[in-house]
Design a protein around this ligand. Structure first.
Ligand code: COA
Length: 378
């Protein structure tokens, strides 16, 4: 039979148009609504970027203050949700907790009620996801029922305030803020495409986000940042890491946090988060994780000419900021909500059902055999 023609994994296929971001375009690079990721990571904050993605333009100072205040008002959780979080097993995966929490909130505050549209749902989930994640975490690890409305006006500050009573260092706050800017949007990646496909059926925004979370969970996508942490914490020294990674490559194993479908000459976000991982290691006078990571980067370049993606140095940056490993991918969810919803809104503006076709490789046509005449052994 002739080999069917198709683009495996839809690689290189232009599956639609977007005004939200550019990824890997020559002379442009990564931009959100026309702004370069370097400028945004250096000069802006996550709330500004969320507003930009969801509402289509940067807020002025007055609008930003109002937006931040609005987010603080959305941090509290309904009791049905906190009761449910208590019922979810303590050893569940945090990504499953978020997926369930968002789904439940969709039944309590459905789209369309109270004038609630996609943008309002994005705002609610940006504020409420850290609350639900850490309410569940603290209830099951310490038996505490925390008040989730921290009143903290930044999402990074809200996250840290929920996590512990200890005030975070300014560098840890800013590192988390920058990492969330970097994670906020990335064109037609797997989870965003899943969210757009769901939106294209005229389903609701919560469903699109739940689908996005489900797609993000996998280690080839968002789950990679946790898998990187598992990898780097296995090694005691850069020398140990070098030997270990060479061995893994010989066994044809995938090294998490490396490679990218679009970026073949490096991920611009990796350079930014690497600086943070280095700086946090120096400040903590604990450079072991960074040095191990840097050695793995050198080995991957030497052996495979493959560069790190955003997830690679995010792992050490998060660990040095005091974020528990199991919350690395959930943080990616919180950061990506603006991107997902920007795409849901855009999809709806000029919707056409997303429904590609497949090249069939199964059995040739055959005669149906009624149940009572079927002899499976024969
Ligand atoms: N470790 C080892 N080899 C890798 C690799 C990695 N992380 N990423 C790619 N390669 C190799 C592949 O094995 C393949 O080699 P081959 O041609 O000898 O078979 C070659 O590089 C091309 O990779 P391919 O799998 O075709 O790229 P892709 O575009 O389909 O996959 C990823 C992209 C991201 C899924 C892939 O690079 C990967 O699995 N990375 C690790 C997971 C990760 O970090 N995900 C987060 C992405 S932001």
């Amino acid at each position: 039979m002739a080999k069917p023609e198709f683009a495996s994994g839809l690689a290189g296929v232009v599956a639609g148009v977007t005004d939200v971001s550019t990824v890997g375009q020559e002379n442009i690079g990564l931009t959100y609504r026309g702004y370069s990721i370097t400028d945004l990571a250096e000069q802006s904050t996550f709330e500004e970027v969320a507003y930009l993605l969801i509402y289509g333009r940067l807020p002025d100072a007055h609008e930003l203050a109002g937006y931040r205040k609005h987010l603080t008002e959305l941090q509290a959780l309904p009791s049905v949700l906190t009761d449910t979080l208590e019922l979810i097993p303590g050893d569940a995966q945090p990504m499953d907790v978020l997926r369930t929490g968002c789904s439940l909130l969709g039944t309590l505050e459905p789209e369309g009620t109270g004038g609630r549209g996609g943008a309002a749902i994005a705002d609610r989930l940006i504020a409420a996801c850290p609350s639900m994640l850490i309410y569940w975490h603290r209830f099951h690890t310490r038996g505490e029922r925390i008040v989730t409305q921290t009143g903290n006006s930044t999402v990074a500050g809200h996250f840290f305030a929920l996590l512990s009573d200890k005030k975070p260092a300014p560098q840890h706050l800013r590192c988390l803020d920058v990492s969330m800017i970097l994670y906020a949007e990335h064109e037609f990646n797997a989870s965003t495409f899943a969210a757009r496909t769901i939106a294209s059926t005229l389903s609701d925004t919560y469903s699109a986000i739940v689908g996005g979370i489900a797609a993000l969970k996998g280690p080839l996508h968002g789950g990679a940042n946790e898998a990187v942490m598992e990898l780097i914490s296995r090694f005691e020294s850069p020398k140990d890491a070098e030997a270990g990674v060479v061995r893994m490559l010989r066994n044809r194993q995938v090294i998490m946090g490396f490679g990218h479908r679009v970026y073949k000459n490096g991920d611009p976000r990796s350079t930014i988060i690497k600086k943070w991982a280095r700086e946090l290691g120096q400040v903590a006078e604990d450079e072991a994780l960074f040095k191990i990571s840097e050695k793995i980067e050198q080995v991957m370049l030497r052996e495979k000419r493959i560069m790190p993606n955003l997830d690679f140095y995010s792992a050490s940056a998060y660990a040095l900021s005091g974020v528990p490993q199991s919350m690395f991918t959930p943080l990616f969810v919180i950061a990506r909500i603006p991107g997902w919803v920007a795409h849901v809104i855009e999809q709806r503006q000029d919707n056409r059902l997303i429904r590609p076709i497949a090249s069939y490789t199964g059995s040739p046509p055959r005669k149906y055999v009624p149940l009572d005449q079927r002899d499976l052994k024969g």
